[in-house]
Design a protein around this ligand. Structure first.
Ligand code: GLN
Length: 290
């Protein structure tokens, strides 16, 4: 959206006043700044511009664009759906209500996967959503052969758009977890997933009502999808290959137990930015020769 700035001193609605008004209605300072930059067609890293232009007048029609976005944000809609962008692992991703908004905590999973992968190895991102993990892996290590699935055709459309815009080559497949893959399927050196992991009756879901429910909740204990992925993954991993999963703040022990029960070795967890055990994984032991 590109609205020309006025330099005349007509009835005043300056950048500073618009920001103050949004904050007095309950918006965070950062959200107010990012919404105004969006309306002015300026990138999110231009917050300094707002300070430097604090007393510039906004064109009167800006309110017509800004007001509905302010109302949607106040109603709890994620900022990323309003601006249509989310930064993840240094990539500018397009996002909308068809996909979960990528969270910074998921960067832990990307870093871990990159540590286990090298050369032209194959990696799989199950339930890719916006494509965040798959794209971050490919952007960081272009020689990797990256595959990604999602059960939602509309989520895959978002991921594909992101891959095209970022010129990153990913093989996408639609379907539920491993069922999406073509048969026969060459094994992967690393499988990553940020599956839905919130318990169906968890009150936290109310705060996430704008995001796709199927990307968030998973059975009575939140672990139904993780259980399925862990039990099927050994068939799709190379010997020594890693399975890495994101999970809820209180699920690390349960996920480690599931991994150990399924025969994974070197089972361990990693913390997110807040110091919470947020990802767990293990490697598939080479089968001893008879
Ligand atoms: N981390 C997200 C949240 O709790 C949930 C993501 C997921 O279920 N995979 O807001």
């Amino acid at each position: 959206m590109n609205i020309p700035m006025k330099t005349s001193n007509a009835a005043s609605n300056t950048v500073g006043q618009a920001l103050a008004r949004m904050q007095s209605r309950g918006l965070d300072r950062l959200d107010a700044q990012l919404l105004l930059l969006h309306i002015l067609d300026k990138p999110a890293n231009q917050r300094g511009w707002l300070l430097a232009h604090d007393s510039d007048l906004l064109p009167p029609e800006h309110a017509a664009y800004l007001e509905p976005l302010v109302q949607r944000r106040l109603a709890g809609e994620p900022l990323a759906y309003l601006t249509g962008h989310k930064e993840f692992f240094g990539l500018d991703l397009r996002v909308d209500a068809r996909v979960l908004v990528p969270r910074p905590d998921t960067e832990t999973l990307v870093n871990w996967a990159l540590e286990t992968l090298n050369g032209q190895q194959r990696a799989l991102d199950l339930g890719t959503g916006s494509g965040a993990i798959a794209l971050a892996l490919k952007a960081s290590r272009p020689t990797l052969d990256i595959h990604a699935t999602d059960t939602s055709a509309s989520a895959l459309a978002v991921a594909q758009t992101n891959a095209q815009r970022l010129k990153l080559d990913i093989s996408f497949y639609q379907g539920a977890w491993f069922a999406a893959l073509p048969e026969p399927c060459e094994p992967f050196d690393c499988i990553v997933a940020n599956p839905p992991y919130i318990a169906e009756l968890d009150p936290h879901l109310a705060a996430l009502k704008f995001e796709p429910a199927q990307a968030l909740s998973s059975g009575a204990d939140g672990l139904a999808d993780s259980r399925q992925i862990i039990s099927e993954a050994p068939k799709y991993l190379t010997p020594g290959g890693w399975l890495l999963l994101e999970h809820g703040y209180d699920q690390a022990q349960a996920v480690r137990r599931l991994l150990t029960k399924a025969g994974f070795a070197s089972v361990r967890s990693r913390q997110d930015l807040a110091g919470v055990e947020r990802c767990s994984g293990g490697l598939l032991n080479p089968t001893p020769k008879p």
